[in-house]
Write a protein that binds this ligand. Structure first.
Ligand SMILES: NC(=O)c1ccc[n+]([C@@H]2O[C@H](COP(=O)([O-])OP(=O)(O)OC[C@H]3O[C@@H](n4cnc5c(N)ncnc54)[C@H](O)[C@@H]3O)[C@@H](O)[C@H]2O)c1
Length: 277
């Protein structure tokens, strides 16, 4: 029997938390570069009454994305996309961050947008990190939003000589995610579908734990200690926002980015996290 299908990319804590909120009764196709991660999350969810299947896929490859979509379509129409795959500044070199987080996300939103079911809905995960970078020019924003996916990594601002370090690459990728969601939501809207973005602050997951133990560990610990919430967040709190965005209560919300960071960005601009001159 055909079911509505959810594509979940990134078998991590955030992705699973969202899929558990919105995926019951649907077929959930879980794609991850690590088949072990996909299998682990698939088993946890199947043991809890969900209907999932793990698939090995690489977000940095269009071919792999198309294979995942084809696999998903075997089960029915794609009604939902949850993109929670990504690499962090401490996990990968500049090139990989741009290929996975920036290019891969753009391709995924584009390709799923071509086949999403009428009335379907998608959410992708960017980061508060994109909010800390100074504003880009309107021209740069438009280039990030609308440059054809295969030309994105050729943009002057993304050339290796213009990217300072992995954090800068990550910030550019996450800024690009916001802009792509705006531009893609217009196309998704032609199919009656919606697309939004969530920009989390520090959420305790394996990715964040790598950051706590990485070269910027003290920076991150200071960040959550001095943000208004005074603590890191949980994947379930991100899922609270995703549930609103993906359910009918969010029907008027599309093309938007939602910051959920315990107030860290507010403190960065106007509070104790403000960088000292
Ligand atoms: N945890 C945080 O504090 C935090 C904060 C802001 C943004 N984010 C973003 O949230 C998203 C999910 O992160 P998480 O914290 O749940 O991490 P996680 O480590 O729990 O999960 C990320 C998953 O993505 C997979 N992945 C990595 N590269 C991939 C590729 N090329 N193709 C397919 N899968 C790939 C990993 O194998 C992993 O299973 C990421 O985009 C991350 O940048 C996380």
């Amino acid at each position: 029997m055909k079911k509505d299908v959810v594509i979940l990319t990134g078998a991590g804590q955030i992705g699973m938390a969202i899929a558990r909120r919105v995926g019951f009764g649907k077929k959930i196709v879980i794609g991850d570069k690590s088949l072990t991660n996909a299998q682990t999350i698939s088993k946890i969810m199947n043991d809890a009454g969900f209907d999932t299947v793990p698939v090995e896929m690489d977000l940095s490859s269009r071919e792999s994305i198309l294979n995942l979509i084809a696999e998903a379509q075997k089960y029915g129409e794609i009604a939902m996309l949850i993109n929670a795959a990504g690499v962090s500044p401490s996990q990968a070199p500049i090139e990989a961050i741009l290929k996975v987080d920036l290019y891969g996300t753009a391709v995924l939103l584009e390709e799923v947008g071509k086949v999403i079911k009428e009335g379907g809905v998608g959410v992708t995960i960017s980061s508060q990190s994109g909010f800390r970078m100074p504003a880009l020019t309107p021209e740069q924003d438009e280039l990030l939003a609308t440059t054809p996916t295969e030309e994105l990594l050729e943009l002057e601002m993304l050339r290796p000589e213009n990217i300072r370090d992995t954090l800068h690459a990550y910030q550019m990728a996450k800024r690009c995610n916001e802009k792509r969601v705006m531009a893609e939501s217009v196309k998704w809207g032609e199919r009656g579908a919606r697309l939004n973005d969530i920009a989390p602050g520090i959420i305790v997951t394996p990715l964040a734990v790598d950051e706590f133990n990485g070269p910027r560990g003290d920076f991150y610990k200071n960040m959550f200690a001095k943000c208004p919430a005074g603590r890191p967040g949980t994947a379930d709190e991100v899922a609270n926002v995703a549930e609103l965005l993906m359910e009918p209560a969010g029907a008027f919300i599309t093309g938007s980015t939602f910051l959920i960071d315990g107030g860290a960005t507010a403190s960065y601009y106007y509070g104790p996290l403000k960088p000292q001159e």
